[in-house]
Design a binder for this molecule. Structure first.
Ligand SMILES: C[S@@+](CC[C@H](N)C(=O)[O-])C[C@H]1O[C@@H](n2cnc3c(N)ncnc32)[C@H](O)[C@@H]1O
Length: 243
C-alpha cells in the first residue's frame, strides 16, 4: 500500500482495483471474513444502524456494510488521507453516506468526540498494526462508544502460539500466494521473492499480530465479556461479540 504519496484523480479507480487485486492474492479470505462479520449482526436491513469503521482503508468493509444497511450512519476513520481518497472512489455515490475522519484511531475519543454511541464498531486488517498495549486501549475506548447490546467485530490477522506452527502456516501462506499469482506478478514469482516482499511490507507497515488467545484476552480486558471467534483459518480470524 502506498499511503503517503499524493494521488492524482485519474488513477484513483485503478488504484482501488490494484489494491483489491493485491488483497485477493494476499488475503483471499477478506470477502468471507467481512461477510461473516456482517452475518453476525442481527439488525434489520432497513434499520438506521450507527457504525464506526476503525482503519477503513480503501473502504471495502464500509461498502459491504452500506450494501447491507443502506440507511446506516457510518463514521469511517483512517490515518492515511490517500486511503480515504481511495475509499471515496470505491464508494462512489455511497461516499456521501459516510462521515470520513482522518486521524490516528489511538486518539479515538478526540476523533469521534461529538458522536452518539454506536450500534457496532467494526474493523478489518487494521488493528494488528498496533502493539498489545495500544490495541487494548483502542478497543477499550471503542467499547465505551458501543451501546449496551451493540457489537464489536474485528476481522484481522493473528499469529500462531508456537514458532513451529507459525513457520508452517507462513509456508502455506506463501505457497497460496504464489499459486494465486500464477506467474503473472514478479513480486510473487516464487517462494523466495514472495517471502522477501512480505517481509518488507510487514516491516514497513509495522505488523505485529497477536495470537488468537492473546487477542481474546485483550478483548476481555477491554471489557467485552466472553468474546467469540466467529471464524478462523490459519492466520486470520473474525472475533468480537456483544457488549
Ligand atoms: C491493511 S489496511 C486495511 C484497510 C481495510 N479495512 C481493508 O480491509 O481493506 C489498514 C488500514 O489501517 C490504517 N491504520 C493503521 N493504523 C492506524 C491508526 N493508528 N490510525 C488510523 N488508521 C490506521 C491504515 O492507514 C490502513 O488504511
Amino acid at each position: 500500500m502506498d499511503m503517503g504519496s499524493s494521488i492524482t484523480a485519474y488513477d484513483l479507480p485503478e488504484r482501488v482495483a490494484s489494491y483489491d487485486a493485491d488483497m485477493e492474492i494476499m488475503h483471499p479470505n477478506r470477502a468471507k471474513m467481512v461477510e461473516i462479520a456482517l452475518q453476525v449482526l442481527p439488525f434489520a436491513p432497513d434499520s438506521t444502524v450507527s457504525a464506526l469503521d476503525l482503519g477503513a482503508g480503501t473502504g471495502y468493509f464500509t461498502e459491504r456494510f452500506l450494501l447491507r444497511y443502506p440507511v446506516a450512519n457510518i463514521i469511517a476513520i483512517d490515518g492515511a488521507e490517500a486511503m480515504v481518497e481511495l475509499a471515496k472512489t470505491r464508494l462512489g455515490a455511497l461516499a456521501g453516506k459516510v462521515d470520513f475522519r482522518i486521524g490516528d484511531f489511538r486518539r479515538l475519543g478526540r476523533l469521534v468526540a461529538n458522536a452518539e454511541e454506536f450500534d457496532v464498531v467494526y474493523s478489518s486488517y487494521a488493528l494488528h498494526h498496533m502493539n498489545r498495549a495500544d490495541k487494548l486501549e483502542v478497543i477499550k475506548q471503542a467499547l465505551e462508544l458501543v451501546k449496551t447490546g451493540g457489537w464489536f467485530l474485528n476481522a484481522d490477522l493473528i499469529g500462531a502460539e508456537r514458532p513451529e506452527i507459525e513457520k508452517r502456516i507462513q509456508e502455506i501462506r506463501v505457497e497460496g500466494i504464489v499459486e494465486r499469482a500464477r506467474g503473472k506478478d514478479a513480486r510473487f514469482a516464487d517462494a523466495t521473492s514472495t517471502r522477501a516482499f512480505l517481509d518488507e511490507l510487514e516491516a514497513s507497515e509495522g505488523d505485529q499480530p497477536l495470537s488468537l488467545l492473546e487477542d481474546l484476552q485483550v478483548l476481555t480486558e477491554a471489557g467485552l465479556q466472553k468474546p467469540a471467534v466467529f471464524w478462523k483459518e490459519f492466520r486470520e480470524a473474525v472475533t468480537g461479540g456483544m457488549k
